[in-house]
Ligand binder design. Structure first.
Ligand code: SF4
Length: 527
């Protein structure tokens, strides 16, 4: 894999050019890995889910949360200086940049008619996100199956929150937070329920009440549910985006740190992500990928690739050791490693046409726990990726129909065949519109061999590089899947086009439906 070698080593990835200033991406990456030393009198969160301790800061317009209470923070070169009028971030004592501190929101001073402080119902995350763990319990909290990084039961033990928040309480908290603090979105989460999936009904009821009261964008987080109807229920309730967090795609790390998720198996996550993308749309589904659980770094980027191809935003973030959790004494990964991961993940996101800015709600939209959005590259005008929804597949097949049946008349009625059922259908997308397609599929009975075909670009789009981009993405797609031989039967007229892309002809020209064709082989060494 292209990212298996050449890991950046600390400090180059986070060190600015001589005389240059650190960018927000580098500052956030360092602070989330090393922590921020803050005088204890300044407060900050010390329990709960999400960023369960730390300070929410704004640097160069980017909101993020930095750990400030974990043991590893004591050795950080970063400190917060509030001695003057403008708070400053200092690194090894030297001023780096001004910083804004996000203070407690005004709705924290409000209560329900029954006297329950709204702060016990929901918290401000980031600058404009209202977050609540609607069921502050998990079937696996007591016992060996608890996730090692989770702190869901801690704030309940200290009386900071309620075990269960009602839809009415949440609707009130959301309305007050919207009115008093300009909250723009809501994140709802729940621990694993008994029976599995029972938490979905409560999430849906809470989402419906909040939507009716505020109209705010809502994000729900949950384990892969047992029934397809569960995710439809959330959609019907007004949920806009969802997070189905596998946490790690390294099987050993997942089994060690999240045994319940490991027990569910990757196939359950794949099925849930697929259905969620169909329901909520590409870029509106996300999964946490935690760096620092002892995984192979390659598994993080392979995970980013897998998720991005499906239209799931890979929310890559450093481990956040929560005081009181099983990993309280752990350290996040070094900032140089995180910077290297973010840079590679940014390329994957750009190639898949995904961006945090597209997300309507949730952790991707909030972004406070990760620097990934700050590392994102400018959107590409033309992107190629597998069809992620039934609508994208229909658009691809319609282009093929237009080219091979209506325009060229190579086949009558339809060009679809059995290979379409097992093929990966790549689409080229320009400005949100699908303009071309190609399919690749494994050759039956020939391990390692893949076949490409049905390359078609819509009329009027053939001078913009979509065809070449599709062929190049097809080669990368099969190479990532361990392909050792990739061939395609191409119309003879297209021979020079494929040769320019590094393909070589094999054997003699032959006829298909009266059209001369040539077998060609891709150069997989330069995928
Ligand atoms: S990224 Fe998610 S968990 Fe982190 S502060 Fe934002 S909403 Fe909360």
């Amino acid at each position: 894999m292209p990212w298996a070698s050449g890991w950046p080593s600390w400090p180059p990835a986070c060190t600015p050019a001589k005389g240059g200033a650190l960018r927000a991406a580098e500052i956030i990456t360092e602070l989330q890995s090393l922590g921020l030393r803050v005088e204890s009198s300044l407060g900050g969160r010390r329990g709960g889910a999400g960023p369960a301790e730390g300070h929410t800061l704004v640097v160069q317009g980017r909101v993020f949360n930095a750990p400030s209470a974990s043991p590893f923070v004591a050795g950080s070169p970063w400190s917060l200086d509030q001695s003057g009028g403008q708070p400053l971030l200092r690194r090894e004592g030297r001023a780096v940049c001004p910083v804004e501190l996000v203070g407690p929101p005004r709705f924290y001073g409000q209560a329900t008619p029954q006297g329950v402080p709204l702060k016990q119902i929901a918290l401000l995350h980031g600058r404009d996100c209202l977050a609540s763990t609607v069921l502050q319990s998990c079937a696996f909290w007591e016992g060996p199956m608890r996730c090692s990084f989770c702190g869901i039961g801690l704030s309940l033990e200290t009386g900071q929150t309620l075990a269960q928040k009602t839809p009415e309480q949440l609707a009130l908290a959301a309305r007050r937070a919207q009115e008093l603090d300009a909250v723009a979105q809501v994140v709802l989460t729940a621990g694993g329920g008994v029976p599995a999936g029972s938490e979905i009904r409560h999430l849906a009821a809470c989402a419906a009440a909040i939507k009716a009261a505020t109209g705010l964008a809502i994000h729900a987080q949950y384990l892969p549910p047992p029934f397809e109807r569960d995710q439809e229920r959330l959609k019907d309730a007004g949920v806009d985006t969802v997070g189905i967090h596998i946490e790690s795609l390294d099987p050993a790390a997942l089994a060690r740190h999240a045994p319940v998720k490991a027990g569910l198996g990757l196939d359950r996550f794949l099925a849930a992500w697929r259905q969620a993308v169909e329901l909520f749309g590409p870029g509106q589904v996300s999964s946490f990928l935690i760096a620092g659980l002892g995984e192979e770094p390659e598994s993080l980027l392979a995970g980013c690739q897998l998720l991005a191809e499906m239209g799931v935003y890979p929310f890559l973030l450093p481990l956040r050791p929560i005081p009181g959790s099983l990993l309280a004494e752990a350290r996040p990964p070094e900032p140089g490693l995180m910077a290297g991961l973010y840079q590679e993940a940014a390329k994957i996101l750009q190639a898949a046409g995904l961006s945090a800015a597209q997300s309507k709600a949730g952790c991707v939209r909030c972004g406070a726990c990760s620097a990934i959005a700050a590392w994102e590259l400018a959107p590409a005008e033309l992107v190629c990726h597998p069809a992620r929804t039934a609508a994208e597949l229909r658009a691809a097949l319609a282009i093929r129909q237009e080219v091979f049946v209506a325009e060229q008349g190579i086949v009558e009625h339809t060009d679809q065949d059995q290979a379409d059922e097992t093929a990966i259908h790549l689409v080229a997308r320009r400005g949100g519109q699908i303009v071309g397609t190609v399919r690749v599929f494994p050759r039956a009975g020939r391990p390692g061999e893949w076949v490409g075909g049905r390359l078609a670009v819509a009329a009027g789009q053939r001078r913009g590089g979509a065809g070449a981009a599709l062929v190049q993405e097809a080669v990368r797609t099969v190479a990532r899947r361990g392909c050792t031989r990739f061939t395609a039967t191409v119309q003879q007229a297209n021979l020079p086009f494929f040769q320019r892309l590094g393909w070589t002809a094999e054997g003699e020209v032959f006829d298909i439906h009266g059209w001369p064709h040539q077998l060609m082989k891709a150069d997989l060494d330069h995928a």
